[in-house]
Design a protein around this ligand. Sequence first.
Ligand code: HEM
Length: 388
Amino acid sequence: VPSVFSDLVRYIAISDDDLALLRALEPRLAPFFPDVAERFYAALWSDPKAAAVLAGPEQVERLRRTLIDWMSTGLLGPLDDRFYEKRSRIGRRHVQIGLPHHYMFGAMSVVRTAYQERIHTLYPPDEAARVVIAVNKLIDLELAIMVHHYQLDSEEKLIARERRMQAERISAMQTMTAGLAHEVRNPLNAAKLQLELLDRRLRRESNDPRLTDPSELAQQEISRLTDLVNDFLAFARPPELQLGDHDVAVTVQKVAELERPSATAKEVELVTQLPSTPVVVRCDAAKLHQILDNLVRNAIEAAPPRGTVRVELASNEHTFTLRIVDNGPGIAEEHQARIYEPFYTTKSMGTGLGMSIVHSLVALHGGTIELDSRPGTTRFHVTLPRRQ
Ligand code: HEM
């Protein structure tokens, strides 16, 4: 049973006595259920905004039947997994149809009043008082579950909106970066060619290091700029995927071998956790390698001396997930939303393109990357479809 549900049951303090009273009430109230349903729908129809949610008489007939079942199962219980599951479905349905949540309170009040009126005719006054208390607890529980689903929905919407905004921001930057890289690339290539020409002529004429050293340095700088422009382009316009069938576990092992020396140098333990059988997926193996290598390298950098970096691989029928976990200080909240933006970096060295390229390559595979970080544990989850 989800903890919200058990928390509610505990908080409302529905006792075994309450439950017994409700169970005994069910057969006595059952003959009046159709009448309660009638009042419920009369109240709906009389409110134009509530009535607007209803599609037509067929739906109302279906609702009348489900409402009667709802009344019966609520009183009979038990308040177990299945009960919560059923109530969750109702809650989700109301959210789906766009029913404003304040209607729940009004509708529940109609049910509560109808029950109470009947209870007073069915029981002697002192017993009626106890039954009414039990009914109130049940109705409040039902109401809380309904409202809880509105909250879940708005949380999901908030997360989805943040994701969308992030994707839009990154896409705008991709456009800008592509334009910039494109404009820089041609003059840079031309400068590189001319400089090579000049260098060759220079060396033919003289071997004076006062002339050749600056030329060599200039060429090194141009070569660095070329790498940078290529990184810009890899982020802005990732090349097409070269798809093939690959065992992801092999990629994990290769990256681990590649990064082990730098882990060892920092006395960081690099641990891989792989399934016992191959995880063959359709992907671009070189790009997958690039994604993982970037994340593992960052994790090793983030881990404290003698810390640990774990790379875990898990899969199901449709997707596989790579989890890269380090026990470093964590990524501050204000950085988390921006780490995929190009040029955004918290390191003194570094272009701030590594994570942007990772994000781009993951998106190109139709996957998602999620971060969950607090002091002492940072986890990146990369989930990709097994088939492109
Ligand atoms: C006491 C509050 C309410 C209860 C107990 C209740 C109960 C239910 C139940 C049991 C279902 C069926 C869910 C399923 O299994 O698919 C449902 C769906 C629905 N409810 Fe409610 N409801 C309540 C309030 C309202 C209100 C105020 C409206 C306003 C118009 C409303 C409109 C609907 C509609 C349109 C559906 C979808 C029916 C369909 O499947 O086509 N409900 N509700």
